[in-house]
Write a protein that binds this ligand. Sequence first.
Ligand code: MV4
Length: 454
Amino acid sequence: MFDKILIANRGEIALRIIRACKELGVRTLAVYSEVDVDSLHVQLADEAICIGSAASTESYLKIDRIISAAEVGDVDAIHPGYGFLAENAHFAEICENCNIKFIGPSSTAIRSMGDKAKAREAARKAGVPIVPGSEGLVDNEQEALRVAKKLGYPVMIKAVAGGGGRGMRAAHNDVSLVKGFYTAKTEAERAFNNPAIYMEKLIEDPHHIEFQILGDQHGNIVHLGERECSVQRRHQKITEECPSPFITPSLRKQMGKAAIRLASAVKYSNAGTIEFLVDGKGAFYFLEMNTRIQVEHPVTEEVYNVDLVKLQIQIASGSKLPFSQGDLVPKGAAIECRINAEDPAANFMPSPGRVDLFYMPGGRGVRVDSHVYSGYTIPPTYDSMIGKLITFGHDRREALDRMARALDECVVKGIKTTIPLLKAVLRDPDFRRGQYNLDFLGRLLGIKKEQAEE
Ligand code: MV4
């Protein structure tokens, strides 16, 4: 096992990683920006090094400063968490070259999944269903029109460097296709420095289902079922659950096998997530692979009774997976609500500032993953998630009843939060019955589909 790990992140995920390290007897080195000096991750780590000013480009994204901190701190490994450098193949490669273990997949695996057109091709070759679409890139307007004619409208125009909905446009006719082609290209050029585009048939009213996978460095790969992430706003997930109320045991088995086929094809190790769209008839299509631990990993942990972050560290240090597929049996149900410092009544405007009071629920089946405490000031600089509330029960109904009860106990004073919206989701009869898909939140908020997709 490692002696010391650097945590290249902040917020709740930095705490989550520190907690796993403590239980494994591994020392921790936190890095932080000037505005994060009072953060809990700085307090709870064994050591901490300031790596720059507030802007992430001057701190949490500055590769040379993080590597310097790793060298000064003499760490064996770096855990990148999610966001920031977590899916940066260049960073993973630098770690590999500096003999610092990157706690995640190889830089090669990150790179092959980072290009969404290449990932699609890898899935196709591995026999994993993909959305009908272009063969590779779409270079110009004429080709886009040709592909659209072949697929039939509506279609999706996507950036190969995209992901998470960025650089994506729907088109319903030739006019919106040409317009969308150029806006997607410009957006992708600006956001990712890569204007390359591909196209897919648009899948209507889909479910967003993702499979958790884990691979060790000895070629063993398992899946830990799915999460349903269909309650989203502008590609920001609001709630996630495990298992999905929509997925049957036989579909789980099929999709899990497909996920493992793709992971094996790219010799994947460590934790990863394979995203699918599933249509109303249960047909599933590979979308993209996330090569990191995800925000919503706790719902899988509760239902599969595993510690994914500890497993990430153990796998990176060379351990074999402690279980095989047959050992992994889901039990009960879990749901996660993301609590954001945003005002749902003012178009989700960020609401940073001093948190005068932060009281979180407890009791049986309740888990809170948060870095916030009473008196903490949320800086305006980073994302607005201030915590995750996770509940677990014998079945979905108990998990939801527990969540409704837990949300009622929350007290956050001094800032606005999304807690009122979460309560409304939990009260919604369609949500309670498991009758929801990606359009759900738009309907709940009374906004049109086109606006929701913006
Ligand atoms: C799609 C799609 C429908 N058809 N692709 C969004 C995030 C990225 N991972 C891919 N995403 C989607 N790709 C095809 N061919 C629907 C989504 C999608 C979505 C679209 C509109 C509004 C909300 C959405 C939420 C998740 C996924």
